[in-house]
Structure formats: C-alpha cells, structure tokens
Write a new protein. Structure first.
Length: 194
C-alpha cells in the first residue's frame, strides 16, 4: 500500500511539475512573440515615417532630368560633369528602387505579423505542441531578424541616396542649363481635357 501511495505521489508531483513547466514555456513563447511583434511594429513605423511627398518629388525630378539627359546629351562631357551626372543618376535609381522595396517590405512585415498573431492565438488557445511550436517561433524569430536588418539597411541607403541626389542636383541643373540654352527641362503635359 505504501509503495502504491508513493508511486501515486510521484506521478501527481511529476504531472504538477510538467504542467508548471509547460505553462511556463507557453508564457515564455507568448512573451517572445510579443517582443517580435514589437520589433516588427517599430520597423513598420520607421518605414511609414518616410516623407513620401519628398521621396516622390525627388523621383519625379530624377525621372524628368534623366529623360532629358538620355535624349539630349550625347556629346562628350568633362570628367567632373560625367561624375556629377553619374552620382545624380545612381542616387535617383536607388531612390526608385527604395520606393518599390518599401512596399514589398511593408507587405512582408504585415505577413510575418499575421503569422505571429496566429501562432500566439494557437499557443493561448491550447493548440500547443512544445517542439513544433518552439520550431515555429524560432523560424518567425529568424524571419523577424532578417526583415529588421533589411529595413535598417534600406533606410540607411534611402537617407544616403536622398542626400547624394540633393547634393548633385544643383551641379546637374547647371549642366542641363548649359545643354538647354540656359533653361531647365520642362515637362509638357500632352493630355488635353476636352
């Protein structure tokens, strides 16, 4: 009888400790998911803080000037002029790429965030399988780290390229004026309202 009671106590204590450990792991996973969602939210906010009006104006000016350069400057340029045009062109192209990447990054952040939300609901709702859930959380952690690093690099490149475009804008405009009879190229709206 004593041996049976001892086994029963050991089993009950084992289940209690397993339940506590299991519950503690759940809480730890939920906290980890919350942290990952916070990181994603911060990166999303950083991307959304970009002044889209300034970005669009820079891209529009780049497109207009680069079209003029492509169509009208075919003769040899001095080394300084060529370097100026190259800086202008490279930074403008990079800003166009950033603008396209920004949309993709925001979409990816939203997808990872929704996956984390579903995972958190599964853990909270009892659909918790320790090894599988931990693997999924680790995968989402890796994806969050990856997207976070990409956003940081993209934002640094955006700032750098915008500044380079601004710095090369005036010298580029001087070159364009010299090639266009003292005037900057203008965009002619060919659509007419009838």
């Amino acid at each position: 009888m004593k041996i049976g009671l001892t086994y029963l106590i050991v089993i009950v204590l084992g289940l209690f400790f397993f339940s506590c450990t299991n519950s503690a792991k759940k809480e730890q996973l939920i906290k980890c998911i919350d942290s990952l969602q916070t990181v994603l939210s911060l990166k999303q906010t950083e991307l959304c803080k970009i002044d889209t009006i300034q970005l669009n104006k820079a891209i529009t000016r780049f497109k207009n000037y680069s079209e003029f350069i492509h169509q009208n400057i075919s003769d040899t340029l001095a080394l300084q002029e060529a370097e100026t045009i190259n800086l202008f062109y490279t930074s403008g192209k990079n800003l166009e790429n950033f603008n396209a990447n920004k949309i993709s990054l925001l979409t990816r952040i939203s997808l990872i965030n929704s996956q984390l939300t579903k995972l958190k609901l599964d853990v909270q709702g009892g659909n918790y399988k320790p090894n599988v859930t931990e693997l999924l959380v680790n995968e989402e952690k890796a994806q969050t780290k990856n997207i976070s690093e990409i956003v940081t690099i993209q934002l640094q490149n955006y700032i750098s390229n915008l500044q380079t475009l601004k710095n090369s804008l005036y010298p580029t405009e001087v070159i364009l004026k010299n090639k266009n009879g003292g005037n900057l190229p203008t965009v002619i709206n060919t659509s007419s309202d009838f």
